[in-house]
Design a protein around this ligand. Structure first.
Ligand SMILES: Cc1cc2nc3c(=O)[nH]c(=O)nc-3n(C[C@H](O)[C@H](O)[C@H](O)COP(=O)(O)O)c2cc1C
Length: 198
């Protein structure tokens, strides 16, 4: 059983979203579930072009890293959950995350392959109240449209998943509250994967 973390930052290095996602994934691992992180910045792919190919076949017409690398990973039977992490861009997800979300339509159109998988979301914004929760809801909407079971970061923090403030004086590394939400989220996702699929 494996949970995949998707990092929607365009940065190849020093991504604050990746920092947060790693905290969540360590907690998933602590539950005895395998993990893998996909940094979208390490892949070259575009948005969905609505060609309709995935209505006919369980594949995508675009010849890029999403089709050749990300899609095969997510098709795996061992995948039981996803944690979607995005920086806040103008109060919503990054364009990399949006492209990922749209390209995942093929999983919906081919028998709702993500249905019942466990989903968690994580967001990082530079402003204290810069739209982290709106962005979290953006990601939650996507997971719901895919039929996934979306979980919160659970008690005692229990709100909208991992929520970080990268502009705080010590950076994300010292965002103790954010780190707690990410760890609680990962624990919740890991525990539920075991309860549902173990
Ligand atoms: C185009 C753009 C738009 C942004 N919009 C917001 C925003 O609306 N709210 C906010 O708090 N931060 C915003 N930020 C800041 C990023 O969310 C923040 O720096 C975050 O930590 C970046 O994550 P990363 O290091 O993983 O790329 C924006 C940054 C960019 C480049």
């Amino acid at each position: 059983m494996k949970v995949v973390g998707i990092c929607g930052s365009p940065k190849k290095e020093n991504s604050t979203t990746l920092f947060g996602l790693e905290k969540a994934m360590q907690a998933v691992k602590g539950c005895g579930v395998d993990t893998e992180i996909v940094q979208l910045s390490h892949h070259s792919f575009s948005g969905c072009i609505d060609c309709g190919k995935c209505r006919e076949e369980y594949t995508c017409s675009l010849n890029d890293d999403f089709t050749n690398k990300i899609m095969p990973l997510l098709k795996g039977d061992e995948i039981k959950g996803l944690i979607l992490g995005s920086p806040v861009y103008f109060g919503g997800v990054s364009s990399q995350m949006k492209m990922f979300i749209d390209r995942c339509v093929l999983f919906r159109r081919n028998g709702f392959r993500f249905e019942n998988l466990i989903a968690g979301v994580l967001t990082v914004g530079r402003s204290r109240n810069g739209g982290q929760e709106l962005t979290a809801m953006d990601l939650v909407k996507n997971a719901m449209i895919q039929g996934m079971t979306v979980v919160s970061d659970a008690s005692p923090t229990s709100h909208f998943g991992g929520v970080f403030w990268s502009g705080n004086p010590g950076g994300v590394e010292q965002d103790e509250t954010g780190i707690k939400t990410a760890q609680n989220l990962g624990k919740r996702v890991g525990e539920l994967v075991i309860k549902v699929f173990g």
